[in-house]
Design a protein around this ligand. Structure first.
Ligand SMILES: [Zn+2]
Ligand SMILES: [Zn+2]
Length: 570
């Protein structure tokens, strides 16, 4: 449905007309028409086919012909013409919430203010106050608005960002004109917090793709609609930017828009040393001849480097490692043989033992450890000994029915305020795998919290410590804990630390996980699934592992069942 496209173009047209000081009746006509189309429940294209466009209030012959033009071409000539004549910076000013077209025009006409930077200076040095109708309060609001814009949107978790990217990419892939498509930016680097979603597309028909993009179902608002560059906001409030480039520049653009900025700066320095230039269009020699651009591999090769995985591109030593040919062989999703952390409907999970097993097996796993909560975590229906027995029997039964796959009998056991475990050793010794975790008493001192975890590591029956720093999206940061001491205890006792793959946890973080591995700590990825669909979160966990420079042998999940059960024994 292209209703939103028409609405957005009409509203933008009204703003432009107002900035240009055109007839206020025309301005109002476009706004009114946009509002009335927004109130429609059916597809405006249907109205065109039926010939009933003019029945919409406020749409006369003139606007009706513009609607038809938009549906056919993705824009309309008059809009494109007026857009050209309005300085870009003036549009930028209108992103500040308290500034409409009238004020933007006033600022531009009087002081030639044409950027947020200009505006901020004029607000602070008192110039704006000289204008009619501008009081101190208006100026304060403007400064606040600029600050908000500069801070940028709130970051979102990987799950939200990825869902948005997938919905756009899968819809765009259906179009023949899309030759290549990929997410870029921090999502492609699998950062645990993403500000906006970047999508890069290769096509010979950029305008066609741009029109399709801004008209896709998840779009709520169009921020920019050019032939090669578009930006929209989805119904969920996610900003999605698209760039459309020729296929032979796709690699250069993908490298550029994947970032990070600091990684790209390092690459630029390498290019400069060779007397070249590197940008989003390629690598160029002094005479401006293009040396590379089609693929990222080609770009890196030209710079004398092997391919650097997107997850590593943070200027955290990856360029040096690449130059010396000692990049890690990063663990891959396909290396993963099982999952250590999942809940069933015995505690606070949604699915049955059998449903969880079936889904894990369908992922190609050899094992899944079911780790329902222990007895004292009442809010999550922790299991007492009688229920444990019942669960054990059910697991045995399901295991007998499944070939080439095994459910492991596990538990996520509370570490109490003193560092004691929730089950006696007699019970703990019955589990295949025990993961220990803190779910309460976060306000303790750093010493107390650290001691609890160190004591849990010292317990012979504990194999893994789950979500070691307790951070939880978006409400709770990591609790105070001496990670150096925890890493030492984990290494010395042979206890693995968890990389919790749930997008709301991502704990250990990439930096901490890398540090832990360097200290010789083993890492175990768990999805903390409470639902069969959460088992797919393994991809986020592996992304985190890769950002932490982990190879296959750093990650317990890459072991087959036999090796695993041998290795985790203390
Ligand atoms: Zn937990
Ligand atoms: Zn859990």
């Amino acid at each position: 449905m292209k209703n939103d496209l028409v609405i957005n173009l009409f509203r933008a047209m009204a703003d432009f007309l107002e900035i240009k000081g055109e007839n206020p009746f025309r301005v109002r006509a476009y706004r009114k028409a946009a509002d009335n189309i927004a109130a429609l429940e059916d597809d405006i294209a249907g109205r065109v086919r039926e010939g009933s466009l003019e029945n919409i209030p406020g749409i006369g012959m003139d606007l009706a012909s513009k609607v038809r033009e938009i549906l056919a071409t993705g824009t309309f000539a008059e809009y494109e013409k007026i857009k050209e004549s309005v300085p870009r910076g003036v549009l930028e000013l209108m992103q500040v919430p308290s500034i409409g077209p009238k004020k933007a025009k006033l600022f531009f006409d009087t002081f030639k203010i044409a950027s947020l930077g200009d505006l901020g200076r004029a607000a602070r040095d008192g110039r704006l106050l000289k204008l009619p109708g501008i009081r101190q309060k208006t100026v304060d609001n403007i400064l606040k608005g600029i600050e908000l814009l500069e801070k940028g949107r709130e970051a979102m978790d990987l799950l939200t960002a990825n869902a948005a990217a997938v919905s756009f990419i899968s819809a765009l892939k259906k179009h023949r004109e899309v030759q290549e498509i990929s997410a870029a930016g921090s999502l492609r680097r699998m950062k645990d917090a993403v500000r906006d979603v970047d999508i890069l597309i290769a096509s010979k028909e950029p305008q066609v793709i741009a029109d399709v993009f801004v008209g896709l179902a998840p779009v709520k608002m169009v921020l920019a609609h050019g032939a090669t560059k578009c930006a929209v906001v989805t119904q969920e409030g996610v900003q999605v930017d698209a760039r459309i480039v020729p296929k032979d520049e796709f690699g250069a653009a993908l490298l550029y828009f994947t970032g990070s900025k600091s990684h790209n700066i390092r690459l630029r320095q390498l290019a400069i040393k060779k007397g070249w230039k590197i940008n989003e269009y390629g690598i160029f020699d002094k005479k401006g001849r293009r040396l590379a651009s089609a693929t990222e591999e080609e770009m890196y090769r030209k710079l004398g480097l092997p391919f650097i995985a997107p997850e590593l591109r943070e200027d955290a030593g990856e360029v040096e490692a690449a130059m010396e040919d000692r990049l890690p062989r990063l663990v891959k999703l396909s290396d993963i043989r099982g999952d250590f952390h999942a809940h069933t409907n015995y505690s606070d999970g949604k699915n049955t033992v059998h449903e969880m097993a079936k889904k894990a097996k369908s992922l190609g796993y050899e094992y899944l450890c079911l780790t329902d909560h222990s007895v004292s975590l009442r809010v999550a229906h922790g299991l007492d000994e009688a229920r444990l027995k019942q669960k054990r029997r059910e697991i045995d039964r399901v295991n007998r029915s499944l070939k080439g796959f095994r459910l492991l009998f596990g538990s996520e056991v509370e570490i109490d305020a003193e560092g004691n475990l929730d089950y006696p050793d007699r019970v703990l010794s019955q589990f295949d795998i025990v993961i220990a975790a803190i779910h309460s008493g976060f306000k303790q001192s750093q010493r107390q919290l650290t001691r609890r975890i160190v004591r849990a590591c010292a317990n012979k029956r504990v194999h893994i410590v789950a979500h070691p720093t307790g951070r939880l999206w978006p409400a709770r940061g990591p609790y105070e804990i001496d990670l150096e001491e925890v890493f030492r205890a984990a290494r010395d006792t042979g206890t693995a630390l968890e990389i919790n793959a749930h997008p709301y946890r991502m704990d250990l973080s990439d930096i901490n996980a890398r540090h832990a591995a360097e200290k010789g700590v083993r890492l175990a990825v768990g999805t903390d699934s409470h639902d069969i669909s959460h088992l797919d979160y393994m991809a986020y966990g592996v992304g985190l592992c890769r950002r932490a420079w982990l190879a296959k042998n750093n990650v317990l999940n890459t072991l087959d069942l036999e090796a695993l059960l041998k290795v985790i024994k203390k």
